[in-house]
Ligand binder design. Structure first.
Ligand code: AMP
Ligand code: GLY
Length: 424
């Protein structure tokens, strides 16, 4: 079968790396892809949101399966578009319907879904420009820190956590009245702050059945000790050492099962990933967000631990036969460390020559923001490379990643040297 992956980051290179190994995969395409995917697949220069161009690509290349990496095409309804298009309706697209993708596309919708299905989450209220005054009064009833979330997609930047009540009121006003995050902040969810340690759980579901994939923990802040600006993610570890059987049982019973049965009850077509962002508060799990795709860089540690053939799993997902499959997991730990461009997550330069990739032996180099210019691999984004390693435990795996990073270089390269620092 010919397969198409949509996206261009480390997540998509990891999918490509896994799928290229499958006996089921004949030709592999990535749109638009990066320098890493071009080594193992054919890059197609089309946007993930250009459904017409994707349709032509699928037809012209006789593609039988499409894996959607990022959230935007899902929130824009790519799964519904495939179902409604005669030539595409039998193509195995992995990704939820637009109604399902709203769990990520609207924080307010996600909160309502959790309330309707008794899924543990932080208490909240949502506000619009018309109810700004009530929003400010609501803030006064809460204890700091104050959590303000833009309702819509804001490229991971739409959540503000503030200690000062006046600052929180000003930011609320900026979001609602001055469109701080554009249309994404025309509704703002204000929620109770949950104090605990974060982890993520990934589910593959066909809308009826589900499989729990390896857990992961990512490191979102740019500076060591989890300080500084939020990024897309600076590194990740799988499995999460504190996600023991007791915690996982609570997560499955209180969160995973009600989420899947909630989707079913609401007749929401969902064939894809659910990425559940959780906070463990005194050993009790609470949902802080749903994403309707895999995480990046979490994918770079989750997929290398899945030994089963991904194409088989995706086919079973599309055919709603996940209950007939089993997933084989590599017991070793996986870690990844992101190398980023100097200045990221603010302004940074592109086009820097990347040196040393050929010297890496016992880690996998997943490309994120890279491209090929004059036959050379150069930087092309804020997050550039993810260095993934596996070993008996995460400390050993991290050592490998850090040792290999010393062989890599590009101008103004930056990375966190403390991934995993908060774990014992
Ligand atoms: P989100 O985009 O919803 O994942 O939020 C971004 C980050 O804000 C999360 O990864 C958490 O670190 C933090 N966060 C979100 N909601 C809460 C909350 N209710 N309490 C504490 N931290 C939160
Ligand atoms: N690493 C966080 C995300 O993919 O949303």
């Amino acid at each position: 079968m010919n397969i198409l992956i949509l996206g261009s980051g480390g997540r998509e290179h990891t999918f490509a790396h896994k799928i290229a190994q499958s006996k089921r995969c004949n030709q592999l395409f990535v749109a638009p892809g990066n320098a890493g995917t071009s080594e193992i697949a054919t890059n197609v220069s089309i946007s993930v949101n250009d459904f017409e161009a994707i349709k032509n690509c699928v037809i012209n290349n006789d593609i039988g399966m499409v894996i959607v990496g990022p959230e935007y095409p899902l929130v824009n309804g790519i799964a519904d578009y495939f179902l409604a298009t005669t030539e595409l309706k039998n193509i195995m697209l992995i990704g939820p319907s637009k109604a399902g993708a709203l769990l990520e596309g609207s924080k307010e919708r996600a909160k309502e879904f959790m309330m309707d299905h008794q899924i543990p989450t932080a208490a909240y209220q949502s506000f619009t420009k018309e109810t700004l005054k009530e929003g400010k009064l609501f803030l006064e009833t809460l204890n700091p820190p104050f959590v303000l979330k833009a309702d819509g997609l804001a490229a991971g930047k739409g959540v503000l956590i503030l200690n000062d009540i006046d600052e929180a009121k000003n930011e609320l006003e900026d979001m609602l009245s001055n469109s701080k995050f554009g249309a994404a902040s025309s509704t703002v969810v204000i929620e109770e702050f949950l104090d605990g340690i974060e982890l993520s759980v990934f589910i593959l579901t066909d809308g009826k059945n589900y499989k729990i994939l390896p857990t992961a923990k990512d490191y979102k802040r740019i500076e060591e000790g989890d300080t500084g600006l939020n990024t897309g993610g600076m590194g990740a570890i799988s499995p999460v050492p504190f996600a023991d059987d007791i915690l996982m049982k609570k997560i499955e019973e209180r969160i995973v099962i009600p989420t899947i049965s909630g989707l079913k009850k609401e007749n929401i077509a969902y064939k894809g990933f659910v990425f559940i962002g959780l906070i463990n508060v005194n050993k009790e799990p609470f949902v802080i967000e749903y994403n309707v795709r895999m995480g990046d860089p979490e994918t770079e540690v989750v997929l290398p631990r899945i030994k089963s053939d991904l194409v088989d799993l995706f086919e079973a997902t599309f055919n709603q036969e996940l209950d007939k499959t089993s997933i084989e997991i590599d017991e070793r730990a996986a870690t990844t460390v992101m190398l980023v461009s100097g200045g990221y997550p603010e302004a940074y330069e592109k086009g820097k020559l990347i040196l040393g990739i050929e010297k890496i032996q016992d880690s996998i180099v997943f490309h994120a923001g890279t491209t090929i210019k004059n036959n050379k691999i150069v930087t092309n984004g804020g997050r550039v490379l993810a260095i993934t390693s596996m070993d008996l435990d995460y400390k050993k795996a991290l050592k490998k990643s850090y040792r290999n990073i010393e062989k890599l270089n590009f101008d103004a390269m930056n990375y966190r040297k403390d991934i995993g620092y908060d774990l014992t």
